[in-house]
Design a protein around this ligand. Structure first.
Ligand SMILES: *Cc1c(COP(=O)(O)O)cnc(C)c1O
Length: 380
């Protein structure tokens, strides 16, 4: 079907096409010089002495972080209730137990530091936070809690390239930052990701785990820098490739301008629907943090039939989505006691995501706002 305003659109142009064509002409497809450049530039972009290793996707990044931190059976990891399933899955697949912490409030859906503290037991090893919608979590409180309790801190920054807290990039506060460059993220390569850390040991460990535990790369041997290799531990193949790395370099160069456009669209939305009866907008602006505005979530009033709103928007050519359905509603986790999260449960029922992408226009915002007003009059 033809949408008037779709949820997300890539901001690709000739630059991405040229970057891919260059790789193809170069005759070298697997991890090579473009990957090294992408890692170097991404690390420099984050600052704070960060090291970066590119990987095949954001879920691989989470898996590597947990493996490198030696988290496994018997360990508990505190995760947000308000997130994508990849966080819970990665924790479960290393044999650890996810324990969910609630949102801070109906205005701030990021993890509540006080609830994280309540969920800590003597088996808790790590806290895995998500900067939901690209809004940085309350890092002062979370970092000091993790330090006080001796817990590892993993930041899932899938929504948050370009977001910062008190002038410092997200992903540089914890032990490992995990990034996704999936198509609909702020930095898009199709499938791709990054692990970042300020620890030499973790950086080395994640690089081994990314590539079969091997001590040299195909490129090193091709360049004559190495003849053979050792395997120092059992590893995986979570490598990126040169096509994705080349796309990543172009997208990184576009990131700040694209995020600025996203923030303008968010401002336009707030003007248009900020006072709308039946809708609340979370995450009021705060001057200690800059959001990457990954998605634009709204909260419908209790009692409004969300699926009817979705259908009405659809009839007017507006695509919408849900971020995210409640974890415990999925078959894989039914029957598991993941911890009480009353605010997140309510948000999961009433959340609706409206279209947001860098090249969206204020006219598009108008179309969405009109369609939403119409839907609420019909349904509300
Ligand atoms: C997209 C996403 C992931 C997974 O990233 P992939 O690259 O799709 O594997 C993990 N966590 C969150 C919060 C995400 O939005």
């Amino acid at each position: 079907m033809e949408w008037k305003v779709q949820l997300f659109k890539l901001n690709y142009d000739q630059r991405e096409a040229d970057a891919v064509a260059d790789v193809i002409r170069s005759g070298w497809l697997t991890m090579g010089e473009r990957t090294v450049a992408f890692e170097r530039e991404f690390a420099a972009y984050l600052g704070a002495g960060t090291m970066a290793a590119a990987v095949s996707n954001g879920t691989a990044a989470l898996h590597l972080a947990l493996l490198a931190l030696d988290i496994g059976p018997g360990d508990e990891v505190i995760v947000p209730a308000q997130t994508f399933v990849a966080d819970i899955n990665a924790v479960m697949l290393v044999g650890a137990t996810p324990v969910m912490a609630d949102c801070t409030s109906f205005e701030d859906w990021n993890m509540d530091p006080a609830d994280i503290e309540r969920k800590i037991t003597d088996r808790t090893r790590a806290v895995l936070i998500v900067h939901y919608a690209g809004v940085p979590c309350d890092m002062d409180a979370i970092v000091s809690l993790c330090q006080r309790k001796g817990l590892k801190l993993i930041e899932d920054c899938a929504h948050a390239p370009g977001a910062s807290y008190k002038g410092r990039s997200v992903g540089t506060f914890g032990d490992v930052g995990c990034w996704s460059f999936f198509t609909n993220k702020n930095l898009s390569v199709g499938e791709g990701g990054m692990v970042t850390t300020r620890s030499d040991d973790l950086d080395r460990e994640m690089r081994y785990l990314r590539s079969h535990g091997m001590t040299t790369l195909t490129l090193d041997r091709h360049k004559g820098r190495a003849v053979t290799y050792d395997v120092v531990r059992p590893g995986l193949n979570y490598r990126i490739d040169e096509i994705r790395a080349a796309l990543g370099l172009v997208q990184l160069a576009k990131l700040d301008a694209a995020n600025a456009s996203r923030r303008k669209i968010v401002e336009a939305y707030r003007r248009e629907i900020g006072g709308l009866e039946g809708v609340a907008l979370p995450f009021p602006d705060r001057d200690d943090r800059v959001a990457s505005s990954h998605i634009f979530p709204i909260l419908l009033r209790e009692g409004i039939e969300r699926l009817e709103v979705v259908e009405s928007l659809k009839a007017d050519g507006v695509q919408s989505s849900i971020h995210y359905p409640a974890i415990h509603h999925f078959t894989a986790y039914s029957g598991m006691d993941l911890g009480a999260t009353p605010i997140a449960d309510e948000v999961a029922k009433r959340e609706l995501t409206l279209p947001l992408y860098p090249d969206m226009t204020e006219g598009d915002v108008q179309v969405v706002a009109d369609a939403l007003r119409k839907a609420l009059v019909k349904i509300g």
